[in-house]
Design a protein around this ligand. Structure first.
Ligand code: CLF
Ligand code: SF4
Length: 483
């Protein structure tokens, strides 16, 4: 089907290209081989890998040693999860059974994480016992944990000795004055601490732990929760500290503060940032520590590709006996991904060479079910991947969530308006298919819809879309000038 392009005059906005980073080589160009080996199939540490590989969390760490004002213990750890109760807590042996069952069914599985529902290192015996069991049974699985950092300095040697190559530390501030507005108390050295002193101890131990991990060769990712009016501007300092400490990635996540979750911030009416506020902050952080932009704020028992959750398929009552893991299925999948990645990189190179020069940039949204391809119907998309594209290449900016428009064969107007709001500022949407009615509504809103890139690779298509739209606009301008 032919593509439709609309409102070309309104879709391209000027931008200072000099400020933009060139797209890093997709195969980890510039990265040393040891680091590349750690990240190439970790869906959180590599944007490319998240198209192909899955992670799972096991909820073996219920206790926590601090209180964050954005957390209610009834809910998942907000450090690593969207609020929502974990369906069941597990002991290490149950966790192993679950990991075996998932590995048997999901060849994409490459990472096991302990991310709550409390703090992984406030439950060190359960966390490390789980890692031991899984490492013995499935040595190819990467081990990953997430922590608030309070107990981190005490466990760096154990982390290294248990073969945990990836650690996420949540650092929301580097100034105790800011931190005391986020953490009402901590439990440390057999007693409870509050106020500025609690904040100072926590921050000191976080940075001490990060430095020790980096010195041990463990890849560190820092998560920060963006809390408007509390630490939003301050996250620039956090980003600089994270960079100078040698962390691999910085992931700035929006505060989730629905009052229904019963968190302190939620009850006090503390708002989270809008997508535009989050993007604006991320823009200000460009050039500092490398940013992660594809986080999905997963549950502490999430299973599957980022953005999907298959945990319901693997609850304890559904696990019957020992699941048989067949390495051949995994090996075949890895071989397929390697071919796919190579092919994709070639397509990217070709598309980049065809980009028009010029100081213009646009946002393009993509509907995808994964696999790095445009393979989702507009009406089924619960989120859109957003890319910024210009003459230098395209960069992922993360996802924007929207309830899927199509409700069992018919669309709902209100939902379509919500999708349009989620697409604010976007110039074009690439989809596998779309109905006539939403296509018309998007056109009225000045958003081009293209379905002739259906099932193609995402990044090359985004660049080709940009090149086509610029060429059409230039053709239009020439026509108008000669009229
Ligand atoms: Fe889990 Fe976290 Fe390991 Fe990933 S999640 S412990 S690093 S395996 Fe990933 Fe989920 Fe974001 Fe966490 S998308 S919330 S960053
Ligand atoms: Fe909640 Fe995690 Fe904070 Fe502990 S560290 S209070 S579990 S968000």
């Amino acid at each position: 089907m032919a593509s439709r392009v609309v409102s070309l005059a309104s879709i391209v906005r000027p931008k200072d290209l000099a400020k933009r980073r060139a797209e890093p080589a997709a195969c980890g160009g510039g990265m040393d081989p040891a680091t590349w080996d750690k990240v190439k199939d970790h869906p959180c540490y590599s944007e490319e890998a998240h198209h192909f590989y899955a992670r799972m969390h096991v909820a073996v760490a219920p206790a926590c040693n601090i209180q964050c004002n954005y957390c209610n213990r009834k809910y998942d750890c907000s450090n690593e999860s969207r609020p929502g109760v974990v369906s069941e807590k597990l002991d290490p042996e149950q966790a192993l059974r679950k990991v075996m069952a998932v590995a048997a069914k999901v060849p994409q599985l490459s990472v096991l994480g302990v991310a709550g529902p409390g703090d992984a290192l406030a439950n060190p015996h359960k966390t490390f016992r789980t890692f031991d069991l899984v490492a013995r049974a499935l040595p190819h699985i990467k081990l990953c944990l997430s922590t608030n950092g309070l107990a981190l300095p005490d466990h760096v040697a154990a982390i290294r000795d248990h073969g945990v190559d990836h650690v996420t530390v949540t650092i929301n501030a580097v100034d105790p004055e800011v931190a005391e507005r986020i953490y009402p108390w901590i439990f440390h050295d057999h007693r409870r601490w509050t106020g500025r002193e609690a904040a100072r101890i926590l921050l000191d131990r976080q940075m001490e732990g990060v430095a020790a991990l980096v010195a041990s060769g463990v890849l560190v990712k820092v998560n920060s929760v963006m809390i408007p009016g509390v630490n939003d501007d301050h996250l620039i300092e956090v980003n600089a500290a994270v960079k100078s400490a040698g962390a691999f990635l910085h992931n700035v996540m929006p505060l989730i503060s629905d009052p229904a979750h019963g968190t302190r911030f939620g009850l006090d009416g503390q708002p989270g940032p809008s997508p535009a506020e989050l993007s604006a902050l991320q823009e200000r952080l460009e050039g500092g520590a490398k940013l992660m932009r594809h986080c999905r704020q997963c549950r502490a028992d999430a299973v599957g590709m980022l953005g999907e959750d298959r945990n319901e398929e693997f609850t304890l009552d559904r696990l019957d006996g020992e699941a048989a893991y067949h390495p051949e299925a995994r090996e075949a999948y890895v071989a397929f991904v390697e071919r796919e990645m190579e092919d994709r990189r070639m397509a990217e190179r070709t598309a980049r060479q065809a980009l028009p020069a010029g100081a213009e940039t646009m946002l393009v949204a993509v509907a995808t079910k994964g696999g790095g391809r445009i393979n989702q119907h507009f009406g089924h998309a619960r989120e859109f991947q957003i890319f910024e594209v210009d003459g230098a290449g395209c960069r992922p900016l993360g996802e924007r969530r929207a309830e899927n428009y199509c409700q069992g064969g018919f669309g709902e107007d209100e939902r379509l308006e919500a999708v349009l709001a989620a697409l604010d500022g976007v110039s074009a949407v690439l989809v596998a298919r779309i109905g006539d009615c939403p296509r018309r509504r998007l056109a009225e809103a000045g958003i081009a819809v293209l379905d002739d890139f259906a099932y193609e690779y995402i990044e090359p298509s985004v660049m080709a879309c940009f090149a086509r739209m610029i060429a059409q606009r230039q053709g239009y301008d020439t026509l108008m000038a000669s009229a």
